[in-house]
Design a protein around this ligand. Structure first.
Ligand SMILES: [Zn+2]
Length: 290
């Protein structure tokens, strides 16, 4: 997510996957056997509800179904389905939208004790795919990111951690630039001359998001962008992989398929990232310095 630096660092270093529970970056995903039991001392927002296709939003604040946020999320849903060839209407994603950070934080702290503070969480259970967040300055970006996780988990049996985050990072970007995160593009472009090199197998080995730093989020985003826009073969590999994930939770490593097409795929990604260096004008530090 394109958060302020402190939030990004926090998000990228404090999530985890362990038996029964899988926490994905700014999100967490429960599998069957989750040992956390909610202590619902703080209540969920239920005063208002809006149903919009796959999205059900329950909130403390009144939002019209005509609100641009719903239009944006529905367009995002269609875009995810179109670009990733995923089926629509595979499951509902419930968004619990609190009116302010205090109410949201109180609910998260009492229901999921020990979680680090985050602006939003995605929680998947066998019964519900849920997003928890609050109304704030980053609501569109946060909802796009979390809703993307919800759409992926609705359509797929499972999704590797790095790919889950890479796709969510890609789709959180609204606007006409096809998932380009200017800050990431600049950071990576600046890191390459300093010796940074992509390593998709290393990303694939990350099962615990506590191991992930912002460089890993950036690289995950970069691989997804490269596969969707920088390599026709990569796009085919990604779409085939996602199609298999609809039937099986573990179709093997995506990297094996990419390298079978192009053994030098990491060099190809580097060349692709070099073409993206002109995106964004923000003054940022090198990815290798993060
Ligand atoms: Zn995420």
């Amino acid at each position: 997510m394109t958060h302020p630096a402190s939030s990004v660092t926090s998000i990228a270093t404090s999530s985890t996957r362990y038996r029964g529970v899988s926490i994905v970056g700014c999100c967490l995903f429960f599998f069957i056997g989750c040992q956390w039991t909610g202590r619902n001392q703080a209540s969920l927002p239920t005063r208002h509800s809006v149903q919009a296709e796959q999205l059900l939003m329950l909130s403390d604040i009144r939002l019209s179904k005509d609100h641009p946020l719903f239009q944006d999320l529905n367009e995002l849903r269609l875009d995810v389905a179109r670009q990733l060839h995923l089926p629509l209407d595979k499951g509902q994603v419930v968004v619990y939208l609190f009116s302010d950070e205090d109410k949201y934080s109180r609910y998260i702290e009492t229901t999921f004790p020990g979680l680090p503070p985050r602006r939003a969480y995605f929680v998947g259970t066998p019964d519900q795919l849920a997003v928890y967040t609050y109304w704030g300055d980053h609501i569109q970006e946060d909802l796009r990111h979390e809703f993307t996780h919800g759409l992926l988990h609705a359509a797929l049996k499972d999704v590797p951690l790095w790919l889950d985050e890479g796709i969510a990072e890609y789709f959180e970007i609204a606007g006409p630039n096809s998932g380009v995160n200017p800050e990431y593009a600049q950071r990576l472009a600046q890191a390459i001359p300093k010796g940074w090199r992509p390593n998709i197998r290393r990303l694939e080995d990350l099962e615990n998001v506590r191991e992930m730093n912002r460089d890993d989020y950036q690289e995950s985003w970069a691989w997804v962008h490269f596969m969707l826009h920088g390599s026709p073969d990569g796009q085919i590999v990604l779409l085939d992989y996602l199609r298999e994930l609809q039937a099986t939770p573990n179709p093997g490593r995506l990297s094996d398929r990419l390298k079978a097409e192009h053994p030098d795929v990491e060099e190809r990604l580097l060349s692709y990232l070099a073409t993206m260096a002109t995106f964004g004008t923000a003054s940022v530090s090198s990815a290798s310095e993060l």
